[in-house]
Write a protein that binds this ligand. Structure first.
Ligand code: PMP
Length: 313
């Protein structure tokens, strides 16, 4: 993950109910979430637009809605409303004063200090911090990926529709296996090992015979906000109805185009899967169109999507 100025930023964090210098935002080594991963989190992007010198947070309310849904699943009580969480985030960003793209990490967690993994009878808290963040995956040169030998977690193990901190051990195993084998990312199969699920921290789209296809929610995916954005943009701007259906592993090999999408990944083309070149190996025409519209939408350059962009002021 490319991060600039990482020593200088962040200067602040929301911690213990107020905005404090980041050096004061520290947790006890006994913290339940640190021991057992009993926390949920979000990743939100904020885009800096040099032309008008503004920062826009993308789909902030959708992210906080998903955070509260994750909290519900994991029985974490957050005492702030979506509106309050948005206000705190905007205040933090204003104080940092970024003049580059940044990333927001809200984290709701079991902060109690007693031993034992459980979701009740535990103190709970929430913190938020931000970092500068450029590209997470390559956006212009299609990446080489493999299908991971690690499968995605099923709903009745660790629910993939919640962004549970502990579940990212699954993502770390996939990503590390891919990196050690010389690939840039991994594609995981659903928990039954039968269908394509997603990337280590991003959703997947396939273009085939002029159709855009993405795995359905019942194949153990995180219900990505970027996935939803791509479905909206493809339908409204390209007149393409995205088909949500199961995808077999070998369908990937014969796809015309493949791309990952996510808050971190944005829209990132895939050029090779398990040694098979996808299409021409270059970024496909449809991927390019989606990527162009996506970057216009997140930077508040498309009036019809300005409701998704919240200005930091
Ligand atoms: N899947 C996983 C496992 C992720 O961690 C992410 C990143 N949040 C995504 C998909 C993409 O979700 P979103 O577009 O909401 O960032």
């Amino acid at each position: 993950m490319e991060q600039t100025s990482d020593l200088q930023y962040p200067k602040f964090a929301f911690f213990g109910g107020k905005i404090v210098p980041v050096s004061e935002a520290k947790v006890d080594i006994r913290t339940n979430a640190l021991q057992y991963g009993t926390a949920v989190f979000e990743g939100i992007r904020c885009y800096w637009t040099p032309a008008d010198k503004k920062n826009y947070v993308f789909r902030i309310k959708s992210h906080y809605k998903r955070l509260l849904d994750s909290c519900k699943i994991m029985m974490i009580n957050v005492k702030y409303s979506i509106e309050e969480l948005c206000d705190i985030t905007l205040e933090l960003l204003k104080k940092e004063g970024y003049k580059e793209d940044s990333y927001i990490r809200p984290y709701a967690y079991n902060s109690g200090l007693t031993i034992g993994p459980k979701l009740i009878h535990n103190e709970q808290d929430l913190f938020i911090y931000t970092i500068p963040l450029g590209e997470y995956l390559n956006l212009s040169k299609p990446i080489k990926v493999c299908v991971s030998s690690w499968t995605r977690i099923p709903d009745n193990c660790i629910p993939p529709r919640a962004k549970v901190a502990g579940s990212y051990v699954n993502a770390a195993l996939q990503k590390t296996e891919a990196l050690l084998a010389g690939y840039e990312e991994a594609i995981t199969l659903s928990s039954d090992g039968q269908h394509v699920s997603e990337g280590s921290a991003m959703n997947l789209f396939m273009a085939k015979n002029g159709k855009l296809v993405t795995p359905p929610t019942y194949n153990d995916i995180l219900e990505g906000i970027t996935r939803n954005t791509v479905i909206e943009l493809a339908g409204n701007e390209l007149n393409l109805n995205v088909v949500e259906r199961q995808i077999d592993r070998t369908e990937l090999y014969t796809a015309d185009e493949l791309f990952f999408c996510g808050t971190g990944a944005q829209v990132s083309p895939i050029g090779n899967v398990d040694g098979r070149t996808i299409g021409s190996g270059e970024m496909g025409a449809l991927t390019k169109k989606i990527q162009d519209i996506y970057f216009k939408a997140v930077k508040n350059q498309l009036k019809q999507y300005s409701g998704w962009c919240t200005e930091v002021k």
